[in-house]
Design a protein around this ligand. Sequence first.
Ligand SMILES: *[C@@H]1O[C@H](CO)[C@@H](O)[C@H](O)[C@H]1NC(C)=O
Ligand SMILES: *[C@@H]1O[C@H](CO)[C@@H](O)[C@H](O)[C@H]1NC(C)=O
Ligand SMILES: *[C@@H]1O[C@H](CO)[C@@H](O)[C@H](O)[C@H]1NC(C)=O
Length: 398
Amino acid sequence: MNALVGISLLLLLATSSSAADLRSHPAGANLTTTELIEAMGYTAEIHHVTTEDGYILELHRIPYGISGSDGGVRPVAYLQHCLLCSSSDWIMNDPDKALAYILADAGYDVWMGNYRGNTYSRNHTTLDPDEDLSFWSFSWDEMGIIDLPAMIDYVLEFTGQPDLYYVGFSMGTTTYYAMLSEKPEYNSKLRVGINLGPAAYMEHMKGPLTLIAPYSDDFDTLMTLLGKGEFLPSRDVTDEWVEKYCDDEMISAEICYNVLFLIAGPDSELLNEEYLPVILAHTPAGTSVHTVNHYAQLYVSTNFTKYDYGALGNQNHYGQTTPPAFNLDNVVTPTALFWGANDWLATPEDVARLATELPNVILNYRVPFDMFNHLDFVWAINADELVYNEVLNVLSQY
Ligand SMILES: *[C@@H]1O[C@H](CO)[C@@H](O)[C@H](O)[C@H]1NC(C)=O
Ligand SMILES: *[C@@H]1O[C@H](CO)[C@@H](O)[C@H](O)[C@H]1NC(C)=O
Ligand SMILES: *[C@@H]1O[C@H](CO)[C@@H](O)[C@H](O)[C@H]1NC(C)=O
């Protein structure tokens, strides 16, 4: 922690005794995930994993709950974040409302992955993310097929556990399907898969990503439009999105210019605004243009396929001119789907199709609130009542 942040934290502690005030206060905005966890009185650990292709990934761990200790073996709950997100997603709410704390306090050993290219995993053994465009030549294919298996193997080896409970949110579900389709041997390493906002088919997606979809064929156009390999939309692009997708009263609000909130769609009014300064400081957490483009490609193709490099590129990558489809028949881990009726990215129609194609759906749960949107899965003021109680219930049965 840098000295300035440290001093302002101390001042805050002196003037306010409530840890929750501290964590949601703007001064907490610049703290890392593990610093935020420690500020709440929990134990946090940082671990690193290097992938076979050289990406250095950072994992965050809460080994036990607030009143716990190091003794005893706890089952592992592994949490995997969404597009433009990070491990911080799971902790930016009150401890009795944020899933990572809830699971730690319920007796789980909680691990949170960070995919290549985000705030915590923007590092590589030989490539410099600021200098080498090739650092950014990945999509969520590589996250699902390389990063996720590497992190799961690390966690199982470190803890000595034979398997773990998987919880994925949005891209954390896309990559779950990608991993299990391509590496079905990982089914036996997962006891159950909780899928929050399941994102495989994108045919009915709404919002700004549908605007870039027409360009998804022409990757060069998109690169020019958006900058370089890292996804950093220009002010012009976001101005257009804000005009189109933000309502008139909101238009000057900071939340409107946050690309994650723009993509995820209109606020359900469940967002815990007390945490907004911290949430906005931690998101968007960074990814590649390819990763965002991949979702736009699926909107056009209507199928759940690997990245489309164009006919020639596909020939090089896959030995065929079209991108191969993932084989959902291989996803045999017991899988629980949780979806919201007002979700722009994991729409009810697309989740319904997915549910018919996954071979082992143990629960298909519509969140009982009509306006529930994509980001509510992590930051709704009552996500505990609407979603997490049911998550705990499912976990307890496996
Ligand atoms: C976070 O850090 C940046 C850069 O050091 C600074 O400009 C900003 O004011 C800080 N934000 C808060 C809320 O402290
Ligand atoms: C990247 O990883 C290297 C090797 O582990 C480490 O020395 C360096 O500090 C890391 N850089 C950043 C920005 O985290
Ligand atoms: C989707 O996949 C089906 C079956 O593989 C294929 O027939 C169809 O052409 C694909 N649709 C598009 C738009 O690529």
